[in-house]
Every structure is written in C-alpha cells, then in structure tokens.
Design a protein around this ligand. Structure first.
Ligand SMILES: [Zn+2]
Length: 476
C-alpha cells in the first residue's frame, strides 16, 4: 500500500513484503554524515524498523513519519525506505499573545501538533499596543501595568471588561523546555519602536512626548512610539533583552520594526539631535539606525535578528538582518534577497491566518510558493523558509485560534518542507490521515466544508469579515 505522509518526504521507495509492528522499541541512531534535519527510515521484513538521523531532531522527524505510517496501516507496515530532509531550514509559526492571551497548556497543544508537522520555529509575539505579556523583573511596570487594558474593541471582539495576563518567567521557561523536547526553537519578539503603547503606558519617559498613554483596546497603528533619540530608551530595551536572553536560549530573536508612524519623531528635539549627530536624512533612516543599535547589541550576545520588512525602508539597515516579508508594496524584499541577504516569507495574502477561510482558503495557501517574482536564482537561495502568522485581534478563544490555524498550517508545513506541492488530492488525503494528531491534542480544526468556500460564499464571507472588524471606537 502507498502511505500518505505529511509533509511529503523527499524520497520514498517500496519493496516486497511487509513487517508487522507490535509496539516494540524502534532502533534509532545518529550519523553525523547526514544533514542536521536529515533522516533515513527503513522498514524491512527481516530487520524491522530503523531510523538514522543527522541529529536528535532528525531522529524525531523520522519517528513522526513512522507514527503516521503505523496509524495508516494498522501496524502492517510495507517494507520501505524513506530518505528525507527539508528544503527550507526555517519552518515557523507565529502566535500573537498580546491582543489575546493564550495559556501555557493551550500553547503546548499547538506546539506539539506543529512539531509533528515538522515545524521548527515558534515565533512568540509577546509585546504590542494592546498588552505587554512578559514578566520583566528589572522593569516590573511592563507586566504589572503594561499587561492590562480597560476593554476590547476589536470590532468582532467587544467587551467592557478589563483584559490582562502575562507569562511569568517560570511559564516562559516551561514553554522553552516543552519546545526543546519537541525540537522547536522559540523565537521571541520584542516589537520596537512602533506597537509600543503598552511599554509607553508603563514607562512614558522613553517616548518622545513623555506622556502616559492607555494600553490600547482597539486595533490600529498608534503614534506614541519609542523615542529614538533618548539614551534611556536603549537602556530600557537592553534591560528587557537581557532578561529575554536569559530565558530564551534560541540563537534567533525578533525585534519587530513594522508599522512605525514617525510623526512624534518630527516634533522631538532629541530625535532630531540624534539624526543630526549621525547624519541621518530621513525618519526611515532614523528607524533603521535605532534598529541597528539594538541588532548590534543582540549580535554581541550571539543572536541572529529578524525584522519585519518595513524596517528596510531606511536603506542603512544592517545587512546581517533576516527580513521577514509580510507586505511590501515597494518590493524591497526582492532586492534584499537578490543582493545576498536573508529573507523569511510570511506573505500577507497567503500565510496570515487571522483572515478567514473565505479570504485565504486552504487551496490558496497550498498553492503558495515562497518566492517573489523578480527574485533571481541568488535571491531564491536566500529565502530561508516560511512562517504562518496568527494575529489575534479578532481571535479571543483557543478553539477559534485552532480553527484558523488548522488545517491551513498543514499546507505551510508541506510547502516549507518542500516536496509535496503538486498533488492537491493527495494533500487532502494526507491532511485527513493527520487528524489523529488533532484528536490526540484536542485541536478544534476547521471542518472540511470550510476549507475551500465556493466563490459566492468567499465574497460574502469576506464582506462580512471586513464589516465585522471595522472598529467602532476611535482611540489614540
Ligand atoms: Zn524622540
């Protein structure tokens, strides 16, 4: 029988006969000649099952593959050999825990499921205008005050009740440990210098106006960003990053850089001084200059840094940065990659899972290739992988979060592993076979009728969503 593995392995060969699996321990071993994520799974009538991997993570991937085979065949395994490794080194998923907060156990169910789809990066969005969610001992008002907002006015999610929550240091360490047991690296994000209302609420002295602002209750882009000209801003950022580095051992950090309205910088003498002293001509350059200081700080600690593509607008951004492309009307990301810099693909129209299935159906996600037109061969080689993003302004419950993520994440798993992108019917079978993992983890995945709505339903669903999310309250 033919097995249906998700994500599709690089190479599968079948042989005569079969092997009856009775739950015995599988022989595994490491072979340093194999790639970091490369494994060979062999099933023979004579010798049973062996998995050889280039690392413990690779062996785990072999075990995940084997489990799917066992489930599909009820233990009557075909004699076969799978030689497998991913095309992309970065296979990520982002969860926004600022707009809505998800418990450690809720995150664990998702992380376990994603790891079995061979995702290897959990990008944890922990700070934003609507709530700061990390316990930071050196600056405690961040979590005691920055984590609390007066209500929620996101259009589709409305409530007058106070909303709060943050992860204690112990809880963050627990997630890191759980992730490491599942061979997932945590990529924590401190979003600067925009999306910082919660930080400015707690410590107004590091904004240009120095005034306390509310932790936001609506979605949007807010002008009280961090002051780029004040040394204290950097002192505070470094304090936060020091504590984050002590908790998150991953070699990759995210420092945001998206949607930065520079209006307040234009009225700030300290920002203007900083520009003069450093011969910066535009506010985009000031942003890149600011990010560069923070990037250098992290690089000295041995970290690689990711920024959203908005940060490339100032062409002085450090070239060592990995640019995460989400929405880039000027297509600067293409240039970035073609010039030999690294790019991570999170295309807004294909991998933003906060948008409903009517706008981003499963098949559209499945068809997505993580390359951009005008990317040359070198540019393509600089795409390190893909990440699906789940922003949560409109997602207030765990079951809704899971519904939006699954099974669309399966398509991202398939595309970022890289070999199963040409057979839609077989992909559907694979998703179906993977449902046992959803059930084990009590994941509320979307039912099949919602995966690919027909055109009329897509239209109405889109209009309904756009109407529903329209903010009814203005806030600044
Ligand atoms: Zn300023």
């Amino acid at each position: 029988m033919i097995t249906e593995i998700i994500p599709t392995p690089k190479k599968t060969s079948y042989f005569q006969r079969e092997y009856i699996y009775n739950g015995e321990t599988v022989r595994t071993s490491l072979d340093i000649l194999l790639g970091e994520e490369e494994y060979i799974l062999e099933i023979t009538f004579e010798d049973g099952i062996t998995i050889i991997g280039g690392s413990e993570r690779a062996v785990y991937y072999g075990e995940c593959t084997l489990e799917q085979i066992i489930k599909q065949t009820n233990g009557r395994l075909p004699a076969m050999k799978i030689e497998d490794e991913p095309k992309f080194a970065y296979r990520g998923f982002m969860i926004d825990c600022s707009r809505h907060f998800f418990s450690v156990d809720e995150l664990k169910a998702i992380i376990d499921t994603m790891s079995r789809l061979k995702f290897n990066k959990f990008h944890w969005h922990l700070s934003d205008d609507q709530g700061f969610r990390m316990e930071i001992r050196a600056l405690p008002k961040l979590h005691t005050e920055g984590s609390v907002r007066k209500g929620s006015n996101f259009g589709s999610v409305r409530s007058k009740s106070k909303y709060s929550g943050y992860y204690t240091r112990e809880q963050m360490k627990e997630i890191v440990k759980f992730c490491s047991e599942h061979y997932v690296d945590v990529v924590p994000e401190l979003d600067i210098p925009g999306h910082c209302s919660a930080i400015v609420h707690a410590y107004p002295e590091i904004s240009c106006r120095g005034r306390k602002v509310a932790v936001k209750t609506t979605q949007g882009i807010f002008k009280d960003i961090l002051c780029a000209g004040n040394e204290k801003t950097y002192e505070y950022i470094y304090k936060i990053l020091d504590e984050m580095c002590a908790i998150f051992p991953s070699d990759t950090f995210h420092i945001g850089g998206d949607e930065v309205p520079t209006e307040n910088w234009t009225h700030c003498s300290e920002c203007k001084n900083m520009m003069r002293e450093n011969r910066l001509e535009t506010y985009d350059e000031l942003q890149a200059f600011m990010m560069n200081k923070v990037i250098t700080y992290l690089e000295r600690k041995g970290k690689k840094v990711i920024c959203w593509n908005d940060a490339v607008k100032g062409d002085n951004l450090k070239k060592t940065v990995i640019v995460q492309r989400w929405l880039d009307r000027k297509n600067q990301t293409v240039e970035w990659a073609n010039e030999g810099r690294k790019v991570l693909m999170s295309d807004f129209y294909h991998t933003y899972f906060d948008y409903p299935y009517e706008m981003t159906p499963l098949k559209k996600v499945y068809k997505f290739r993580p390359y951009l037109s005008n990317m040359d061969l070198r540019g393509r080689e600089n795409v390190i992988g893909m990440e699906c993003c789940l922003w949560t302004e409109h997602i207030s419950s765990n079951s809704h979060l899971e519904y939006m993520l699954f099974p669309r994440a399966c398509a991202v798993a398939e595309n970022s592993w890289g070999y199963g992108r040409s057979n839609w019917r077989s992909f559907l079978k694979k998703v179906n076979n993977f449902k046992y993992v959803f059930r084990q983890n009590r994941i509320h995945f979307a039912p099949r009728r919602d995966w690919n709505p027909l055109p009329l339903r897509r239209l109405f669903g889109t209009l309904k969503f756009l109407y529903k999310i329209k903010p009814r309250v203005k806030e600044n």
